[in-house]
Design a protein around this ligand. Sequence first.
Ligand code: URA
Length: 254
Amino acid sequence: MADKKKQKTGPMRLDKFLGEMGYGTRTQIKEMVRKGRVQVNGQVIKAPESKLAPETDQVMVDQSVVGYARMEYYMLNKPKDVVSATTDSRYPTVVGLIGDALRKDLFPVGRLDVDTEGLLIITNDGEMAHNLLSPKKHVDKVYMARLSGRLPVNAKERFSEGIVLDDGVKTLPALLEYEGCGNGTEGLTEVLLTIREGKFHQVKRMFEALGCHVEYLKRMSMGPLGLDPELEPGQYRPLTEEEIRSLKEAGTGK
Ligand code: URA
């Protein structure tokens, strides 16, 4: 399959281009263009419907160059007290943390709870997001959890058979690995859990079903993409070409 990232975007209307890059509503943009605030390749263009080549033409609004990206991909180490959403009235959002974003239509690939930290992909690639989140594609997500309470001796087997949650729904099999039993931070048991779905509060509810409480949760990886250990909570970086390619492949179930 051809790599879409390499494909050139075809001719696009000026107002659509500015809309995608977050310069306001269609009406606001039309007004801005008609007032002569927008230049393409150094010429004032007053027709919002004029066509341009987004990757090669230079667009300026009020003398500032408008950067263009068809697709953007970032890896964020989500901190706690930030929501996995594009807008929120109470908390800052993960999308708001991506200060270098060119586009205004970025969204997080899936959700982490407000108190969960770790790997979150932020993009505007809807197809990739859909494929990575589809339970049918079986993309593994690995979480590190610190638990209070005592896991039953057969916890590993029970996870491997799938866990019946509080609503009676059984999860797909999951892999439990022990990192430290009762010797971790503040005497908590530290484990890694690999799951293939993304049910609501899934990890927390799986451990609750076994009589334990998740005190701290961090996503370590999603498919082939591991959280970059250089990223502190709240920090992000663009994904590399290689990382984007491997995520697309993972989402096709190859
Ligand atoms: N499972 C949870 O319980 N919470 C998360 O944030 C992610 C997975």
